[in-house]
Design a binder for this molecule. Structure first.
Ligand SMILES: CC(C)(COP(=O)(O)OP(=O)(O)OC[C@H]1O[C@@H](n2cnc3c(N)ncnc32)[C@H](O)[C@@H]1OP(=O)(O)O)[C@@H](O)C(=O)NCCC(=O)NCCS
Length: 132
């Protein structure tokens, strides 16, 4: 199995919805227009492909000089634990460079994952939650 990583591709809403639903990533996949907007307005999208099948996504929003919000990370369950998530994060780190801090919110099941791939747990975070 050869996985190809791409930086210049915005997957279709259908590809994204399929991956997110299968991976269990909680995102508004019932609303494809919202998914489309989420991707159109992101400026760092790393994707992993097995031939023409989308098997992983890291979607980020960054200013390229200080901050990067890693908004979504998902790997197809058939390809889990083969290093794809780590690669997507490594490529994201490489693209933003050393000046940039990468921030994210973890789902409960990934709390043990992020420390393994280079993240430090932070207690200073605050959020204003969306209401719809
Ligand atoms: C969490 C997720 C992105 C991990 O991707 P992955 O490609 O399977 O993970 P990797 O292969 O990069 O794993 C790297 C290491 O973390 C471990 N790991 C993987 N998933 C883990 C988890 N959920 N909890 C703890 N450790 C995990 C792997 O065993 C591996 O350990 P090793 O280096 O000792 O072998 C993927 O399982 C996924 O998409 N999950 C559903 C959606 C999700 O939770 N996304 C994160 C949202 S915040």
């Amino acid at each position: 199995m050869e996985i190809i990583y791409k930086f210049d591709i915005v997957p279709t809403p259908d590809q994204i919805v399929k991956l997110y639903n299968e991976s269990g990533l909680p995102r508004p996949t019932a609303d494809k227009d919202r998914i489309k907007i989420m991707f159109e307005n992101s400026n760092l999208i790393v994707t992993a492909w097995d031939n023409s099948t989308l098997v992983g996504v890291a979607r980020s929003i960054t200013d390229w000089a200080w901050s990067c919000y890693l908004a979504d990370l998902a790997v197809d369950p058939n390809y889990k634990k083969s290093g794809i998530g780590k690669k997507l994060i490594d490529f994201t780190r490489e693209k933003v460079g050393e000046q940039v801090m990468i921030l994210l919110l973890s789902v409960p099941t990934a709390m043990e994952y992020y420390p393994k791939v280079g993240f430090t747990k932070e207690d200073r975070a605050f959020a204003i939650f969306r209401t719809s």
